[in-house]
Design a protein around this ligand. Structure first.
Ligand code: CA
Length: 221
C-alpha cells in the first residue's frame, strides 16, 4: 500500500498554520494559558480546533456534546459555530481545568451556549439517554480517558441523529497504536476502538492524520 501522507517538516507545518489558521485572540490566549499547565499536551492543536468549527458549521449543528472538556478550547471552537439557540453539553470531571475555559467562554460571549456537566461522562450520557434525548444530537467530540472510548462511542452513537457527526481524538496515540511493543491499557483501548469503528457498518468514517490522529464518524440512517 502506498504511503502518500506528507511528512510535515517544521517549515511546512508553520506554512500550514500561517496560511489557514484564523484563531481569534481569545482562542490564542486560552491556548497560551493552557500551554503553561503540565497537562498542556492534552490540548487540541489550533488546526484541529478550526476543523471542529468548520465541521460544526458545515452540518449546521444546533445540539452538540463533548466528552472531555479540559480547559475548554474545543468547547469554544464548537460553541462559536452554534446558532444563538444552540447548545453544547460539555462533560468533564475537573472543576479546575474547566474553570479556566469558563473565563474564556464568557469573554467570547458563548458561555450561555455551553452547558458544563461536572461528573463522570458515562453518567451524564446515560442521563441524557434516560431523558429521551436519543437521536437528537448533531455533533459530538470524544477526547477523554481512552479506556472508556468504546463505552462513550456507543452512547454517543445513540444520542446522534442520522447523519450526525462524531469526532474522536488521539486515534493514532503518538504512533503507539502501530508499535506492538506498546501494550499499556490506553494503547490497547485505542487499538480495540479503532478496530471496532473500522468494522462498524452503522457509520461512515475517515481517519485523519491531524494532531494526534482524529477519526470522523458519520452516523448512517
Ligand atoms: Ca486529545
Amino acid at each position: 500500500m502506498g504511503r502518500e501522507t506528507l511528512q510535515l517538516s517544521d517549515a511546512v507545518y508553520q506554512y500550514l498554520q500561517d496560511h489557514s489558521l484564523r484563531e481569534t485572540t481569545v482562542l490564542r490566549r486560552l491556548r497560551e494559558e493552557t500551554a503553561t499547565l503540565k497537562e498542556a499536551r492534552m490540548q487540541l492543536s489550533p488546526e484541529q480546533g478550526q476543523l471542529l468549527t468548520f465541521l460544526a458549521e458545515l452540518i449546521g449543528a444546533r445540539k452538540a456534546i463533548e466528552v472531555g472538556t479540559f480547559t475548554g478550547y474545543s468547547a469554544l471552537c464548537v460553541a462559536s459555530a452554534l446558532p444563538n439557540d444552540g447548545c453544547l453539553i460539555a462533560c468533564d470531571v475537573s472543576e479546575t481545568w474547566t474553570a479556566i475555559g469558563q473565563r474564556y467562554w464568557e469573554e467570547a460571549g458563548v458561555d450561555r451556549k455551553i452547558d458544563l456537566r461536572i461528573a463522570p461522562a458515562l453518567e451524564t450520557l446515560d442521563e441524557l439517554l434516560a431523558a429521551g434525548e436519543a437521536g437528537s444530537y448533531d455533533f459530538a467530540l470524544i477526547d477523554a480517558d481512552k479506556e472508556n472510548y468504546e463505552a462513550y462511542y456507543e452512547r454517543i452513537l445513540s444520542l446522534l441523529r442520522s447523519g450526525g457527526l462524531l469526532l474522536v481524538d488521539n486515534v493514532l496515540w503518538s504512533g503507539k497504536v502501530a508499535d506492538p511493543d506498546h501494550t499499556e491499557e490506553s494503547t490497547l483501548a485505542i487499538r480495540a476502538f479503532n478496530r471496532k469503528v473500522h468494522a462498524d457498518d452503522r457509520v461512515s468514517l475517515s481517519m485523519l492524520p491531524i494532531g494526534d490522529g482524529m477519526t470522523l464518524v458519520r452516523k448512517r440512517a
